[in-house]
Design a protein around this ligand. Sequence first.
Ligand code: SF4
Length: 298
Amino acid sequence: MIEKGPFSHWQRVLRPRLPEPRPAMGRLPPVFQFSQQSLQDYVDCPRRFQLRYVEGQRWPAIQSEPVEEHEQFVQRGAEFHLLVRRHLLGVPAEALTPSDPLLKSWWDNYLTYPPDDLPVALRLPEVQLSTPLGDQRLLARFDLLALDPGEQAVIVDWKTTHFRPSRQTLARRLQTHVYPFVLVEAGAHLFGGPIAPEQVTLIYWFAERPVEPEVFPYDAARHSENRKFLADLVAEVLAHTEEEWPLTDDERQCRYCVYRSLCSRGVEAGPLEDAGPDVVEGGVEFDFDLDEVDEIAF
Ligand code: SF4
């Protein structure tokens, strides 16, 4: 059931966990773990990273119009993740059938067209792993880890976006770099020993396009590239000392950014129906992500 109201269930979950605004000190909180979401925010717009993670700014503006439609869209994503988690933990599918028509269509797609050939020995929903990266830590929250210990490890990420990003866009997303990297570095205890990069695969599964998943194999060369890329990116973040970090040149992102009033980049939210592939290509994603739930509360 999709809950209506000025603040959704997930926003109520999210909002109390947001830290109190901090004065701009140019430093991260004392206990902070980088994640694909925070690094993506930085790549999309350094100022957004600063406002969200350094200054702990709450959300001063809505993300898109109409508000209720946007809230319901995010809520459906959250509810879908919860349904799948319960199912993977053993609740029979018949006991989980949602009444909301769109959510039910996603659920039916999941039951009818699940990702193919997943390892069967271990199915672990909503697993969190973290690994050192220099003197920082890098965190990943996986929607699903499917493992045949010692043989194969598959990361599945459920996507509930209206628009399916291209393979090229997904390949650029920080998630595609961070998830397999963290699993190889930190997943040995689940795998029964060290994980070779070649044993890892990342699958994006789309609730509205279930027969068109995007599959990313992994290997040692990519792992080595990711190690350098991620370490360099974190070092770049930590090197900022200016009072106001650079604002993105891609103003399309500002239309859907909750901080636009703070940046004098407009007051009106962009319409949800306009957040099509061009905006997604621009890096703004209208999706529920586990990383959103409480990463900034660390
Ligand atoms: S409104 Fe634009 S410039 Fe400001 S934080 Fe958001 S994306 Fe960055």
